[in-house]
Design a protein around this ligand. Structure first.
Ligand code: 1CP
Length: 350
């Protein structure tokens, strides 16, 4: 499709901040900004299973746009899930309400890798169609595409579902490193191609979610996870879209996450933006890092913290305001709208 016909998002504050260029004000969006915190989301999802909703372009478009309209955020995040490309290639899995992704045949041996065939654009025509429709409706507001990083996806596949300690995953990583590498190499192709499909359909930036990478030591991350994330990020290197690399509890991994091939490193609330910038140096923009639980604090306390983060961000080479992790389901959405306005107001430069 002719990208020349699409509105120009390159001059948006989000893309400019990601590229460490000057901005008119600090751009802001929230991880999980679409979803259960919004009554309009709960209404439109009523009776539609999660994975089915991700495959219906008209629903994806409406859900992706809802938080942009309501909060005035500087970017939309594509409504999908990290397991959608796995479902699309035929892995038997479901997203169980109140639980998360559950896999019918967890990966425990080389034979189980047969489930993981290479992803092609033909597996996800609904993604291409949805992204094109969303981008048309967003106009000059950029769309962020995303994928799960190989380690985080592998955790769901090996454990069979959400896990607190990732014990089966770590047992496999260390007990059968060859199988681990083969699994993650397949996942890197799938994640990379999923990012590529979204970028080629018009997404202006991409985010690789390695949500659970913080469960790894620096040495294990470097040897067993980072090379595969680097391969996924390399799949969009030629497409001129900034790449955001995010994980939770990853203070010790920030430099490695940048070196994996990102322009922007996500920072959770456990590390200050000032420390993150000290660790990363001048070559990366940062994204973050309000504690999602602070959205429940009295406004005065929340306002103080938001202003501090914006000030710390001014000393970063580029700063995209976000939470340290996703919006919690029972947050008052009006608070998100107020935080968006506050970030814009206190960061404006003219
Ligand atoms: O029925 C429902 O409403 C299901 C809830 C839900 C939603 C709204 C799930 C199940 N996924 C999503 C959408 C989703 N998932 C988005 C788009 C919405 C937005 O950001 O505005 C994104 C970016 C994701 C990505 C995702 N899925 C991640 C990475 C982000 C993160 O929060 O760390 C992860 C780890 C998942 C797995 C997943 N999918 C759903 C749940 C409840 C979980 C987490 C389960 C667990 O705790 O392990």
């Amino acid at each position: 499709m002719p990208t020349a016909a699409l509105p120009d998002t390159r001059q948006s504050d989000l893309v400019r901040a990601a590229r460490r260029e000057p901005v008119s004000r600090t751009p802001v969006w929230f991880m999980r900004q679409a979803g259960r915190s919004l009554p309009e989301y709960r209404a439109i999802r009523e009776g539609v299973p999660m994975l089915e909703s991700c495959m219906r372009p008209e629903l994806v478009t409406e859900i992706t746009l809802q938080p942009v309209r309501r909060h005035g955020v500087d970017a939309a995040i594509f409504f999908s899930d990290i397991v959608v490309p796995l479902k699309a290639i035929g892995v038997d899995l479901d997203i169980v309400p109140g639980v998360g992704p559950v896999v019918a045949r967890p990966v425990r041996s080389a034979a189980d890798l047969d489930q993981l065939v290479p992803l092609t654009p033909e597996h996800v025509p609904f993604v291409t169609e949805s992204v094109q429709q969303v981008v048309r409706e967003l106009g000059e507001t950029p769309l962020i595409g995303f994928a799960g990083a190989p380690f985080t996806l592998a955790s769901y596949l090996v454990e069979g579902g959400p896990s607190k300690n990732h014990e089966k995953t770590k047992a496999l990583m260390h007990g059968d490193p060859r199988l681990w590498d083969a699994l993650c190499a397949r996942l890197a192709q799938i994640s990379g191609e999923f990012l590529r499909v979204q970028a080629q359909a018009g997404a202006s930036a991409v985010q690789l979610f390695d949500s659970w990478a913080g469960a790894l030591s620096r040495a294990d991350y470097a040897a067993l996870a980072q090379p595969h994330s680097a391969a996924a990020l390399a799949a969009v290197e030629d497409l001129d879209v900034p790449r955001i690399h995010f994980g939770v509890g990853t203070g010790e991994l920030l430099t490695l996450m940048g070196e994996a091939g990102a322009e922007v490193v996500g920072v959770d609330y456990r590390v200050s933006l000032t420390d993150a910038v000290d660790r990363l140096g001048p070559g990366y923009a940062v994204q973050g890092n309000l504690d999602p639980a602070l959205l429940f604090a009295p406004w005065e306390a929340l306002e103080r913290r938001v202003r501090e983060i914006v000030e710390e961000g001014r000393r970063a080479p580029g700063h995209i305001f976000n939470l340290g992790h996703g919006v919690l389901p029972n947050v008052d959405p009006d608070v998100l709208t107020r935080v968006t306005a506050l970030v814009h107001e206190c960061s404006g430069r003219g």
